[in-house]
Design a protein. Structure first.
Length: 251
């Protein structure tokens, strides 16, 4: 019998599941704001049209569902056959009618959520491999999906803002970006400092004492700059050391 309640018991998994479900609802609402005649218009993601972005979000859910299947069955099931196959899938998907693209996103998201719901508690630690070749526990698919739905909901450019994203998600995203830069040696000489918010939270990345470039600002604006979604000249960014620069590539 198919389970109707979430089988996961790990508190972090349950928190991440709640976050991704909230993000999925956010993406669904923003997608509803895109008129059919505007699907081929540019998104906020450079070089991506909205129909490409929507296809990507739909097929991303299917790809992550394959990793959950891997964890469930123990049979290796990659996200994509190859990077080329992923790109071709998105381009084909972008040619679908708006109603078909909406259906793709909705049904793929529901299917992924059901697979998460029915994954036994002892399978969440099973190791799978991402499209980038990273070995991660399948629980990581929750965060991988959260990044997609929250950020791309904003990228649809129908009034969504990075400030809509919950602060814990913004902080985790910025930590992800800085961690990626650090692994590639691109955080050397660069430091970021997040303005203290109402809760008193503060975060910093890089060596502020030694960095040639030090930038500070509100969490959402710093994340926007770090992910290429805010201009280095944004009024809320303060370049305390060095000149305004484009952020290193993230993904």
């Amino acid at each position: 019998m198919v389970a109707r309640e979430v089988l996961a018991t790990d508190p972090q998994v349950l928190r991440d599941l709640a976050t991704v479900r909230l993000g999925t609802a956010y993406f669904r609402r923003t997608l509803q704001g895109v008129r059919d005649e505007d699907f081929a218009a540019p998104s906020l993601l450079p070089a991506w049209r909205r129909n490409q972005l929507i296809a990507h979000v739909g097929y991303n859910a299917r790809a992550l569902a394959r990793l959950v299947t891997w964890a469930t069955t123990g049979v290796e099931t990659p996200m994509y056959a190859s990077p080329r196959a992923r790109g071709e899938e998105i381009e084909r998907g972008a040619t679908l009618r708006p109603d078909a693209l909406r259906s793709l996103c909705e049904h793929a998201a529901i299917d992924l959520d059901v697979r998460w719901r029915d994954l036994p508690a002892d399978r969440w630690s099973v190791t799978v491999v991402t499209a980038q070749g990273r070995e991660v526990p399948v629980a990581e698919t929750l965060w991988m999906r959260s990044r997609e739905v929250w950020l791309h909901g904003v990228d649809l450019d129908v009034g969504g803002r990075l400030e809509d994203i919950p602060a814990p998600v913004l902080r985790r995203l910025l930590s992800d970006v800085a961690g990626t830069w650090d692994k590639r040696g691109e955080l050397e000489g660069l430091a970021l400092s997040v303005d203290t918010d109402e809760s008193g939270d503060h975060a910093a990345y890089g060596d502020a004492d030694r960095a040639a470039t030090l930038v500070t600002g509100p969490l959402a604006v710093l994340l926007g700059w770090a992910t290429g979604r805010s201009d280095p000249g944004h009024a809320a960014l303060e370049w305390r050391r060095g000149e305004p620069v484009e952020a290193p590539r993230w993904l």
